[in-house]
Design a binder for this molecule. Structure first.
Ligand code: ZN
Length: 65
């Protein structure tokens, strides 16, 4: 993942940025509001994988724009 503060690419499992020390993942603590990931995005991916590709792909792409 990329650090939202300095843009440095870190390991996906990293909790702190290797460059600036910014917290990359909120672990249920107070502080900055966590990045809200729409639940329907995950559902869209599952639908695409297991059900209907033509309907699932636009559902995945659209929220990212
Ligand atoms: Zn950083």
């Amino acid at each position: 993942m990329y650090c939202r503060k300095c843009g440095t690419q870190n390991d996906d499992n990293a909790h702190l940025c290797i460059k600036c020390g910014e917290v990359l993942q909120q672990i249920g603590g107070a502080g900055d509001p966590p990045v809200k990931i729409p639940n329907y995005l995950a559902q869209s991916i599952l639908v695409t994988l297991f059900c209907c590709m033509p309907l699932g792909i636009p559902a995945i792409i659209f929220p990212l724009r």
